[in-house]
Design a protein around this ligand. Sequence first.
Ligand code: FAD
Ligand code: NAG
Ligand code: NAG
Ligand code: NAG
Ligand code: NAG
Ligand code: NAG
Ligand code: NAG
Ligand code: NAG
Ligand code: NAG
Ligand code: NAG
Length: 571
Amino acid sequence: MPSISVLLRSCLSALQFVSFRAHGVNGAPAPSEASYDYIVAGAGAAGIVVAQRLADTGASVLLLERGGPSLFATGGAATVPWNASVTVYDVPGYSHQLNAIAAADAAWCPDTPSLAGCLLGGGSVVNGLQWVQPATWDFDDGGFPAGWAWADVAPAAARLYARNPGTARPSADGVYYDQAAYQTLARQLAPHGWREVDPLVDPDDKNMTYNHPADNVLNGLRSGPVRTYLPLAEAKDNFKLQLNTKVIRAVRTNATITGVEVEDASGSRQIIQLAQGGKVILSAGAMSTPRLLFNSGIGPAEQLRVVQQSRNLTNVTLPDESQWINLPVGKNIQDHPLFRLVWNVTDPDLRKLTSLSTAQFLNPSAENINLFAQGSGPLSQSSLRLNLWQKLVDPADGSVRYIESMNFARANGTVLMGASLTRGATSHGELGIRPNGTTYFVKDPWFQTAGDRAAMSAFFEELLDYARGPDSVLTFSKGGRDATVADLWAAGFDSARHFVGSARIGVDDGRVAGGLAIVDVDTRVYGTDNLFVVDASVIPSLPTGNSMAITMVVAEHAVERILALNKTKQP
Ligand SMILES: Cc1cc2nc3c(=O)[nH]c(=O)nc-3n(C[C@H](O)[C@H](O)[C@H](O)COP(=O)(O)OP(=O)(O)OC[C@H]3O[C@@H](n4cnc5c(N)ncnc54)[C@H](O)[C@@H]3O)c2cc1C
Ligand SMILES: *[C@@H]1O[C@H](CO)[C@@H](O)[C@H](O)[C@H]1NC(C)=O
Ligand SMILES: *[C@@H]1O[C@H](CO)[C@@H](O)[C@H](O)[C@H]1NC(C)=O
Ligand SMILES: *[C@@H]1O[C@H](CO)[C@@H](O)[C@H](O)[C@H]1NC(C)=O
Ligand SMILES: *[C@@H]1O[C@H](CO)[C@@H](O)[C@H](O)[C@H]1NC(C)=O
Ligand SMILES: *[C@@H]1O[C@H](CO)[C@@H](O)[C@H](O)[C@H]1NC(C)=O
Ligand SMILES: *[C@@H]1O[C@H](CO)[C@@H](O)[C@H](O)[C@H]1NC(C)=O
Ligand SMILES: *[C@@H]1O[C@H](CO)[C@@H](O)[C@H](O)[C@H]1NC(C)=O
Ligand SMILES: *[C@@H]1O[C@H](CO)[C@@H](O)[C@H](O)[C@H]1NC(C)=O
Ligand SMILES: *[C@@H]1O[C@H](CO)[C@@H](O)[C@H](O)[C@H]1NC(C)=O
């Protein structure tokens, strides 16, 4: 980088430092020496894709990640006891056990209301590995603005799938292992007209279908942007990844962002400068990007007030109140609710099938360790065994909702069914910020509408009908043949961790009464010149399936639009 610009910048920075002092800001952070064309906050599913594509253009890119390394190839140290060159994140068979593994404790964000990954890769290294390519209607009918129809984003999806294809046959030897849950459910569904499909052939085939899960697995190991995008960026001199660096806020003068304030692992603060004409992209995830917006003076006044009044706790300096940008950040957060329903297998032959236990995954047999070394066996598969999809029409108003169910077995003679209401759900919650900087649900995002509750009940009724039928091989574990829809509700639901919508995209500028959008069609935050959001936050409504693949499609398309801004003259 030319030394003159560095010199100039440090003079400017020194001036800024003095002016901070003059204003009596406590702990005035030291300014950076270098400046960047693009600063991306958060190296998760979206942030890595964005940063890599930006770096491809030769511009200087700084990718900031608050967490540490994850996969073994990135220096991750949480190796498994039976193989010193793979971490708990690398092993697909661990994907639904991470919650219970002490070695992965540091992976979780400490300041969000539900689980999110705070390490290199974000959700993409701790998630359940389900690779559900979005359906066309997730874009065409999902509240996206013009320019984001499936026809517009399909090239972005193709670029993503070329690098990160996912697989419906993760074990390299082509065998499906540990299939008791699959065989049982396939038997339960077949008499009722359900069809087995390959989920990667036609992502729109989601009415009364089931499939072997498509896993985000490559050569028997967890795939995702840390493996398929990050190395391409790291090969470039104009790209820099900085771990253990938490972005506190975008530093803003009126509409223009000039840098970001960051905190390192020791708690010391610094301002990293943006180059003249540069851009900041927030990719901290749907429950953390709102915090960064609030801390930058962007959001509902009631949330900014909390930040303002807790400065003695968090050291967050908001812009002057006259510069606050009143946008409904956090007000449209949505998520898939997830029920966990245990069914007992009643068919005597199917009851003879066994499933591996958690202990058998965590302390695998020599045979399975050996298979894994060859990219095969149960450890090379995600934990899930069967997905099913149902399309429901609301008899009241004709609206369409989808159900996704993810199934496996945790005990012999049972099926553990995860059941979610997905695309078409009309509920949303609200995300706010507490004085200590943690985000929380002012209002929960699930089952706030009668239509959503009715759709879930309709699916439960269908499951119970099947279970009472002559061909049934299952019975609900609580109540058996007498079980009612109320018994299934009583099993309780949790979050599927598929949060979207907290900074939604749209042409309905949220600064105007009735507007819901936080970012415009180019993912630029309304009221700013050069602040962008690219992550699951911008997705305006729930997708049909799990949220990682659609988030990465959104990232591929958004970065193309951001780059196009520099090809045309700006207003
Ligand atoms: C337990 C779990 C299971 C899931 N299972 C699946 C699944 O099987 N299939 C699927 O498709 N989806 C799944 N998801 C959801 C999926 O992982 C997310 O939708 C996806 O990761 C969202 O991408 P993102 O880029 O928006 O955010 P994230 O991937 O969460 O990335 C955000 C990144 O920003 C970093 N960050 C946050 N704050 C800051 C800050 N202040 N400064 C710097 N960095 C910061 C975080 O550390 C993280 O690396 C799951 C999620 C979880 C948590
Ligand atoms: C805030 O800044 C002051 C002064 O630099 C420092 O003593 C304190 O530890 C900081 N607090 C936090 C929460 O960072
Ligand atoms: C789903 O498929 C079934 C079986 O083919 C069909 O009867 C039903 O009408 C379809 N439902 C919807 C909502 O399209
Ligand atoms: C910021 O806006 C205020 C008025 O809203 C104006 O007085 C001030 O000059 C602006 N500052 C800069 C640096 O543009
Ligand atoms: C992008 O455009 C802005 C404004 O036109 C310019 O100042 C900046 O240098 C450009 N950035 C890159 C990386 O080309
Ligand atoms: C911070 O300031 C608020 C008032 O603005 C006060 O209620 C609170 O007790 C203070 N907290 C600390 C730790 O000083
Ligand atoms: C199922 O039974 C087999 C054979 O006894 C056993 O190895 C396995 O651990 C059991 N699975 C579970 C989930 O308990
Ligand atoms: C550990 O796993 C890696 C990656 O799959 C494999 O190449 C290697 O052979 C394994 N080592 C042992 C000792 O099993
Ligand atoms: C933040 O405050 C909430 C509510 O008081 C509390 O439950 C939570 O534990 C706090 N979190 C941290 C990280 O301090
Ligand atoms: C299901 O199996 C469990 C465990 O064996 C048992 O406790 C429960 O009573 C069974 N439920 C029914 C309806 O058979």
